[in-house]
Design a protein around this ligand. Structure first.
Ligand code: AHR
Length: 349
């Protein structure tokens, strides 16, 4: 920001000098003519590449913040480590980027480094998961998902589905996301509340770190400890893929006519393909296409407008079959879409 402001001041001074030197002929905007000061430099600290969702999210950011669109994107993959993200942000500050975009691994631990960005006058935009900071002025804007609402929709669906099938008991296990991330906190909290409210048996709860390998490993161990699991609540698609492999390897069947119902979040193309077949019974959307949303924030800031401090993305619910057509959470109705080939073909990620 500071850098861009200085560039503007310099360009105005240069324009004034040209006007004087040329006897007042013309009013050329050297900022535009010079070109380079129009390029917006964005430093993006990405969590990692743990899931298909994350890959789609990185692609969305890269294709939005491209050279053709007038940006220089400095992309840093933190490999799921917060300390790497802190280092990346410090590097962005040193490089005097115009904007810092942060997709945080976990919610806590950002105060100091974001204070450094604030001191350097660099706006910070948070995307996807949220941060928990002592002072909201440490970031400019956030756009992402309402993870607790996602979990509540999923649990309301399970309640309605179980009633429609006259399921006598719900013996559920939870393969959680990365502990301390908003996606895990919200989805786990929603499940814990539903377990309490509906008298479900929560047999086990362990992190699968949002990866397929860990999802499979955790499911294998849960199956060894409990022979009565009839629902697995996977906190993302990749964990669900791993869990399905583990269940099938153990000689059990997933799906509405099988032994275990697999629930998931994300609705990636591969995820809803498994929902069409019934391997995943319910898939609650978590939309990763944040590039254009972050760009809208940056454009507002460039025009000296104030973006919304926090903006939630609208997200759907996608089921195998049409047993439940809507769920109600906190007084609001949400439509449940039955997955068909058309739904899959229309999926962009
Ligand atoms: O923060 C979004 C979550 O992170 C997605 O559900 C998951 O797939 C990703 O890794």
């Amino acid at each position: 920001m500071k850098k861009k402001f200085l560039a503007k001041v310099l360009s105005v001074m240069m324009a004034a000098a040209l006007l004087t030197g040329c006897g007042g002929g013309g009013s050329k905007d050297t900022d535009t003519a010079g070109g380079s000061s129009d390029v917006i430099t964005v430093g993006f600290s990405q969590v990692g590449a743990e899931s298909d969702w994350r890959t789609a999210n990185s692609e969305s950011m890269k294709s939005t913040f491209s050279e053709e669109n007038g940006y220089k994107l400095i992309f840093d993959d933190a490999q799921q480590k917060q300390e790497n993200q802190i280092t990346a942000i410090r590097n962005f500050i040193q490089q005097e980027v115009d904007y810092i975009v942060l997709a945080p691994a976990t919610e806590s631990g950002w105060d100091s480094v974001l204070q450094e960005a604030k001191d350097a006058d660099i706006p910070v935009i948070i995307v996807d998961r949220m941060i928990d900071v002592s002072n909201d002025s440490l970031y400019t804007a956030w756009v992402g998902s309402d993870f607790k609402l996602e979990g509540q929709k999923a649990c309301e669906w399970l309640k309605a589905y179980a009633a429609s099938k006259d399921m006598k008991e719900i013996n559920i296990v939870d393969i959680q996301g990365t502990i301390g991330s908003s996606a895990q906190i919200g989805r786990t909290e929603a499940l814990n509340e539903a377990v309490e409210a509906n008298g479900w048996n929560l047999l086990a709860q362990q992190t699968g770190e949002f990866t397929q390998a860990k999802g499979q490993e955790v499911m294998e161990s849960m199956l060894k400890q409990h022979d009565n699991i009839n629902v697995v609540y996977c906190e993302n698609d990749n964990e669900a893929f791993g869990a399905i492999d583990a269940i099938e390897a153990a000689g059990k069947k997933v799906g509405p006519d099988g032994d275990i119902l697999v629930m998931s979040f994300d609705t990636t193309k591969a995820g809803i393909t498994d929902t069409l077949s019934g391997k995943i019974i319910l898939n609650t959307e978590c939309n990763p296409l944040h590039g254009p949303r972050v760009e809208e924030i940056i454009k507002k800031l460039e025009n000296n407008e104030t973006p919304d401090k926090q903006a939630y993305v609208d997200e759907g619910i996608f089921a195998h079959g049409a047993d439940v057509d809507k769920v109600t959470v906190n007084g609001t109705d949400y439509t449940v879409t039955e997955v068909t080939e058309d739904v899959i073909n229309g999926r962009a990620y």
